[in-house]
Design a protein around this ligand. Sequence first.
Ligand SMILES: Nc1ncnc2c1ncn2[C@@H]1O[C@H](COP(=O)(O)OP(=O)(O)OP(=O)(O)O)[C@@H](O)[C@H]1O
Ligand SMILES: [Mg+2]
Length: 257
Amino acid sequence: MNKSVDILGVSKVFPLESGELQVLRRNDFHVESGEFVSIVGRSGCGKSTLLRIIAGLDVATTGEVRIGGRKVERPSVLTGLIFQESRLFPWLTVEQNIEFGLHRRVEKKQREKAVKRHVELVGLDGFERAFPRQLSGGMQQRVSIARALINQPNVLLLDEPFGALDALTRIHMQNEVLRIWEVERSTMVLVTHDVDEAIFLSDRILVLSDRPGGIKKVISVNVSRPRDRSGVRFMEIRREIYTEFFEAASMSIEYYV
Ligand SMILES: Nc1ncnc2c1ncn2[C@@H]1O[C@H](COP(=O)(O)OP(=O)(O)OP(=O)(O)O)[C@@H](O)[C@H]1O
Ligand SMILES: [Mg+2]
């Protein structure tokens, strides 16, 4: 199945009361079917806007997005989206929250099977009946991941999914996402502020320029997985990305890396 994502000349301008704000500028990019791509860039450069356009939650001012060759015109159950903050329903249990994501047409027996499989996939066995308030932040994000995966989406979009987690839980969740990606083989597009996270997970990393966001650099991470976070190539890529950021801010990288 073709799970590729084509971003074709995508620009976005938001109308404001006093004029307009150009957020994205002519972005062209092809994500291979089954590829893991991360997007890094400074706050406000348009990363979430780009993800929302890919998800069909917002429209490009010019240009278009194609998934599997078909133009995105509205949200689809075949594109999963995970947000930074947990958007679980507090009054539903873990299994009810996960089932909520499932397409209505799936019949009861299949629903139960799908929910069970996804509870296991994200390692929440035993917590099926728990409510979100009874879970840790990392566990809540696992529920969000299961809910987004339950329709077996072709494309999974993740917008800073681990931003609210502590450093150790974050590393654990990165390993979990890799494991799930290896099982599910969805195409992944991850927005992150964490440069190490992008290097650890991705096949390629897009560095966006400051607003209006445009693709400034594409870095291929040719390192076999699982990756050594202190390996030589890892460090080189880290430096390459920070150099982009610090040059843009006219700061010397020497003090930071
Ligand atoms: N619906 C909207 N109407 C007007 N302006 C918007 C709208 N949504 C986003 N913006 C503006 O677009 C710009 C980019 O926002 P976006 O959320 O895409 O940034 P981002 O790169 O995801 O930032 P962060 O890293 O802080 O999450 C910001 O200046 C924001 O104010
Ligand atoms: Mg954002």
